[in-house]
Design a binder for this molecule. Structure first.
Ligand SMILES: *Cc1c(COP(=O)(O)O)cnc(C)c1O
Length: 382
């Protein structure tokens, strides 16, 4: 028996995604830029995927740019705007994904000014903080829609209304939010939005950036001029086709899927609280993705607990997958001002539509046993 509670790190592709990708590789393998029938068939598949992704976001197909994933889409948005302006000020939060923070730190070295807004204890940044940070030379606000570690949902639509007539562009990293809550680029009032295939039961190595018509980005890759000159390179057709199918299925299924994930999370949380003393939830439970849970356990190291859980068949993760393996505590939990023991003990459980209530009960039982073992070891050591 193995239980997968790490759906924020990656998700299992839908079988329909794998089938469409295989058909693309075996049958529709033409180059979409070629003018003969092989090329036209591939171009049709590319156009269909663009419509499917646009449909998921309530965007026009012509506003969808395919990339190699969420990381590249974040880079294209932030660096693409910055390089158009050459200088200026950017506002972001201190709990963004490493892709956004990495771009911002790089731009600081290039002479840009960056404000990193700190979250409150619940992992939330407010529109008022954004407003207070605005400067005459502010070019761009990049604020994630949902946080990958604690699932906190940021007030992006409110920031969108705030910036509507100020000539400041708004980008949101919606990689964790898509498929878990309504994500409509018109309602959000964003100019750019990032999504990633493998977080919505699609393939890895493919993502998309929504760019509102009229927003002018500096290309990141130069070459044959694919993706309307913004992102050169022959398209990753199997990945793009797979992403298109994942987008179509996510659009149809997300309300039922996220409600299932939420039921599993709530059951797991209730069981853990019943079985384990000294267990606390990191972050607020109100403005939070139903699929996310982040907890710390008194007198238990998160890294050790993850190892024990894995041996017992439960897959979870420390903070984000990208930073595990490193010893530093999570930058997100640190920014939320949590006590030292909570930083050291933090474990993220993230739930998907395939998880069951039975798994929630079993995993809580296993967790209770492992916490007990670790506490006993600690006690005998001391
Ligand atoms: C996973 C993730 C990314 C990176 O996406 P990749 O497709 O893995 O490059 C970016 N932002 C957030 C919030 C993520 O969770």
């Amino acid at each position: 028996m193995r239980i997968y509670f790490d759906n924020s790190a990656t998700t299992r592709p839908y079988p329909e995604v794998a089938e469409a990708m295989q058909a693309c590789l075996l049958e529709n393998w033409g180059n979409p830029s070629a003018i003969h029938s092989f090329g036209r068939d591939a171009y049709d598949a590319l156009s269909q995927a663009r419509e499917q992704v646009g449909g998921l976001l309530n965007a026009e197909p012509g506003e969808v740019y395919f990339t190699s994933g969420g990381t590249e889409a974040d880079n294209l948005a932030i660096l693409g705007v910055a390089e158009r302006f050459q200088r200026g000020h950017i506002i972001t939060s201190s709990i963004e994904h490493a892709a956004v923070l990495g771009c911002c730190r790089y731009l600081e070295k290039q002479g840009f000014a960056v404000s990193y807004l700190p979250p409150d204890q619940d992992g939330l940044v407010s529109a008022a903080q954004v407003e207070a940070a605005l400067r005459p030379d502010t070019l761009l606000v990049s604020l994630m829609l949902a946080n990958n570690e604690v699932g906190s949902i940021q007030p992006v639509a409110e920031v969108g209304r705030l910036l509507a007539d100020r000539g400041v562009l708004l980008h949101t990293d919606a990689v964790q939010a898509v498929g878990k809550m309504p994500v409509d680029v018109q309602d959000l009032g964003v100019d750019m939005l990032t999504l990633s295939g493998h977080k919505i039961n699609g393939p890895k190595g493919v993502g998309a950036l929504y760019v509102r018509h009229g927003v002018d980005l500096q290309p990141r890759l130069w070459g044959g001029g694919q993706e309307r000159r913004i992102r050169s390179g022959t398209e990753n057709m199997p990945g793009i086709v797979g992403l298109g199918v994942a987008a179509r299925l996510t659009r149809e299924r997300w309300p039922q899927q996220v409600s299932r994930a939420g039921q599993v999370r709530d059951c797991f949380l209730a069981e853990v609280q019943r079985l384990v003393d000294g267990a606390v939830v990191n972050g607020g439970l109100v403005r939070r993705l139903p699929s996310n849970l982040n907890m710390s356990f008194q007198d238990v190291e998160g890294a050790a607990l993850l190892l024990f859980l894995d041996l017992a068949g439960v897959a979870a993760s420390a903070a984000s997958a990208c930073s595990s393996g490193r010893a530093e505590p999570s930058h997100v939990l640190q920014a939320m001002g949590l006590a030292e023991w909570r930083l050291r003990g933090a474990v993220r459980f993230s739930f998907g539509w395939e998880n069951t209530l039975d798994e929630a009960r079993q995993a809580a039982q296993i967790l209770a046993e492992q916490v007990k073992l670790l506490r006993r070891d600690k006690h005998t050591e001391g």
